[in-house]
Design a protein around this ligand. Structure first.
Ligand code: CMX
Length: 446
């Protein structure tokens, strides 16, 4: 067994026994109550998931196994002479539960390099799609096309014991994460560079190699990719991509199937696709005004126009956060260091000054502050990654690290198939007493 796998196993065996005890002896302890309001506002705030990898505080933002983004920037291994943390190290932290050494990160890099080959039929399946197929649809198809290689599905078919589920899940998760940079880069180069593909460089780290295979060998781009791939990994368990991966995984679908499902959730404009929407929206503002760097007054008018059309201001607001997203701040700091004069960055900064007071004046909006997606596109565009429809693929590659580390824990804990109860509208009307006022809802036959 590899050192990492052994460490995971030792840790998970101890913790799993505790979780079994919790289930057996404390199942009646109430952790949350559910109201009609919860049901009709997307179940926000109901504690109903157990997530090991990260925790989101509304005021402070994300912590990964207790470590904030500045902590990770200080404590995770970097490449020699590097300035940004390596996402391999964060994966280790989320999976094993402790900070990695340089040797641990090297072991992950070697494992992923070994497992990075993609079967030819996956590329053939992608090549059968029109080039302008949205990159997120190509990405999901690519994952599903690899799913027949799932070690978990094979082991299940052969009759594996429940207590061993974690093992082929771990193997599948390592296989899948290893292949993602090649898959993403393949989609990028086929969509925008006429299929002029670039060979992988196994001497590079996971994020650096992705930048290289996309065609970006500048050191600053690789730095950005390491930061980007670190900060987008995880946002506790209830967001659409993490929850979907967990939910689909609870049916014992393979890691490939669960992750593909999760990423189709990330592809929604209220979730990960917001990173493309932000840039589209800023470019539309520039075009409409005929200026490269709109004034704060012009931005304010454009925001008000967006709202008056019944649209959301992309990159702002959050279901949990109530302050500026620390992932936004980390990207802003990167921009201040490397591209302070960039005109798009200046517009993003001006939007940051203009939007919160406007959204704060609308009572129903709970969080007027920027989220991660308000900034990421400006950084990518600065370095020449202009194809904003591709941005959510980059988010997805990073998100794999969190949701798939969690899937291994789900299997180690033996978490069961998820199956909340639903009721029809009539039940809610009766429960609240509203039925006596409403005549047109009749009781269904069953
Ligand atoms: N612009 C306009 N209206 C907004 C808004 C925004 N940025 N943020 C929230 N609202 C509106 C909601 O649409 C909702 O309106 P209705 O009651 O008419 O449906 C109301 O304010 C209340 O919403 P909320 O409780 O504050 O926020 P939700 O938890 O419902 O939604 C989110 C959260 C992120 C979907 C929402 O803020 C939004 O649509 N933001 C813009 C899209 C975006 O940036 N998404 C990326 C989030 C980060 C990520 O997952 O990657």
């Amino acid at each position: 067994m590899s050192t990492i796998k052994q460490k995971f196993y030792d840790n998970a065996s101890k913790k799993s026994a505790v979780i079994q005890k919790l289930k057996k002896e404390h199942a009646d302890v109430v952790v949350s109550e559910v109201t009609v309001g919860h049901v009709l506002t997307g179940m926000k705030g109901i504690i109903s998931l157990m997530t090991s990898t990260s925790k989101l505080d509304p005021e402070e933002g994300i912590r990964f196994r207790g470590y904030s983004i500045p902590d990770l920037q200080e404590l995770l291994p970097r490449i020699p002479g590097g300035t940004e943390p390596l996402p391999e190290g964060l994966f280790y932290l989320m999976l094993v539960g402790e900070l990695p050494t340089d040797a641990d990160v090297k072991e992950i890099q070697d494992e992923w390099t070994k497992r990075s080959d993609i079967p030819e039929h996956v590329f053939a399946a992608l090549d059968a799609l029109p080039k302008d197929t949205h990159p997120m649809n190509q990405f999901a198809l690519g994952i599903v096309a690899m799913a027949d290689g799932s070690k978990f599905a094979k082991a299940y078919e052969e009759g594996i014991s429940k207590k061993d589920y974690w093992d082929p899940t771990y193997e599948g998760v390592m296989d899948l994460i290893a292949k993602l940079p090649k898959l993403a880069a393949y989609i990028y180069r086929r969509s925008y560079f006429d299929g002029d593909h670039i060979e992988s460089d196994p001497s590079l780290d996971w994020a650096g190699n992705l930048a290289h295979m996309m065609g970006f060998d500048d050191d600053e781009v690789k730095k950005l990719f390491r930061l980007y791939m670190t900060i987008h990994t995880d946002h506790e368990g209830g967001n659409v991509s993490a929850h979907t991966t967990h939910l689909v995984g609870s049916a014992l679908s393979s890691p490939y199937q669960a992750y593909a499902a999760g990423m189709l959730g990330l592809a929604g404009p209220l979730h990960g696709l917001a990173n493309q929407e932000v840039i589209k929206w800023i470019l539309a503002m520039r075009e409409e005004l005929g200026v490269e760097n709109p004034t704060k007054e012009q931005i304010s008018d454009f925001v008000k126009k967006t709202l008056s059309e019944g649209r959301v201001v992309p990159g702002y607001g959050h279901a949990v956060l109530r302050k500026t997203d620390p992932r936004y701040t980390a990207q802003r700091e990167f921009a201040l260091k490397y591209m302070a004069d960039d005109s798009l960055f200046q517009t993003v900064s001006n939007i940051y000054e203009v939007v919160p007071p406007i959204l704060s004046s609308i009572a129903k909006i709970k969080n007027p502050w920027p989220n991660v997606d308000a900034h990421s596109g400006a950084l990518l565009l600065h370095y020449g990654i202009t194809q904003y429809e591709f941005y959510t693929v980059l988010f997805s590659v990073s998100r794999a690290l969190g949701v798939l580390a969690q899937l291994v824990w789900d299997r180690a804990y033996g978490l069961p198939i998820e199956r909340p109860k639903s009721q029809n509208e009539f039940w809610f009307l009766e429960k609240t007493g509203l039925k006596s006022d409403v005549k047109f809802y009749t009781k269904p036959k069953n």
